[in-house]
Each structure stands twice: as C-alpha cells, then as structure tokens.
Ligand binder design. Sequence first.
Ligand SMILES: Nc1nc2c([nH]c(=O)n2[C@@H]2O[C@H](COP(=O)(O)OP(=O)(O)OP(=O)(O)O)[C@@H](O)[C@H]2O)c(=O)[nH]1
Length: 137
Amino acid sequence: MPPLELTLVVAVALIDADNRILLAQRPEGKQLAGLWEFPGGKLETGERPEDALIRELREELGITVKEACLAPLTFASHAYETFHLLMPLYVCRRWEGFVQPLEGQGLAWVKPQDLRSYPMPKADEPLIPYLVDLLGF
Ligand SMILES: Nc1nc2c([nH]c(=O)n2[C@@H]2O[C@H](COP(=O)(O)OP(=O)(O)OP(=O)(O)O)[C@@H](O)[C@H]2O)c(=O)[nH]1
C-alpha cells in the first residue's frame, strides 16, 4: 500500500468569557459535511501555520486574531482513507470583531462537557479531553 499523503491543517478552539468553545459545522457538499469541527483550514503554499489560521478566521468568521493570542494546546494525527491529517490545535481567548458565519456555516458555542453531543470528524475526538482538562468539566 503506498504511504498516505500528509495534509497539514491548522485549527483553533476559540474560547469565550463563559469558557465555551466555538464549533463550526462543515457545509453541505464538502467532505465530512454536517460534522462539527474547529475553525481553521489547510495551509496555502509557503504559508506559515499561524498566518494560515489568522487568514481562515478572517475569511470564515470575520474576526481578527493576533499571533500572540494563539497558544498551542495539542495536535491531531489521524489516518483518513485518502490522506493522513496532522492538525495542530491552538486555543485563543482574544480577538477583534464579532464571530459571524461568513460561509453560511452553522456555529455553536459549546461547553466542554457538551462537546461529545456534537458529531465531529474522527480526528477530533481525541482532542476533547485536552479541552476538558484546560477548561474544566
Ligand atoms: N478546519 C478543520 N478541519 C478539520 C478538522 N478535523 C478534520 O478532520 N478536519 C479535516 O481537515 C481538512 C480541512 O480542510 P479545509 O476545511 O481547509 O478544506 P476543505 O475540506 O474545505 O477542502 P478544500 O479547501 O480543498 O475545498 C478537511 O479534510 C477536514 O475534514 C477540524 O477540527 N477543523
């Protein structure tokens, strides 16, 4: 079997003043449509991970995030059928602007203990305990 291509995706848990985490629902027509995930996306050629994340947050949610406000938390490493996903997960509590679903995606602010009620991509499930540890149950 040939090795799976490695895909690097950056993602963030945005955390509000009530310690809730923002999840975004993948739109119809995309791979894994309907599942709830952390905002973020793939890097463009030559792009730094933090720059990619800042760009995605502007495009998807209309917010401005400073690099200094992105703290690394953990990462996902998961073999999907057609690629291997490596996804650093940052946390961020400070941003400018209001979160808006600029791509028509569903958005939900979710308490750590409720994350398991939202169907997520397979790669994301091992990330939940890190958020529960960070934010409390
Ligand atoms: N943003 C994000 N992507 C995730 C998460 N978990 C996970 O498996 N992924 C996968 O990582 C990839 C992210 O790609 P993306 O959102 O930039 O791109 P996409 O599928 O829309 O593809 P495209 O940009 O080629 O149209 C997808 O395959 C997505 O299913 C997550 O929590 N957040």
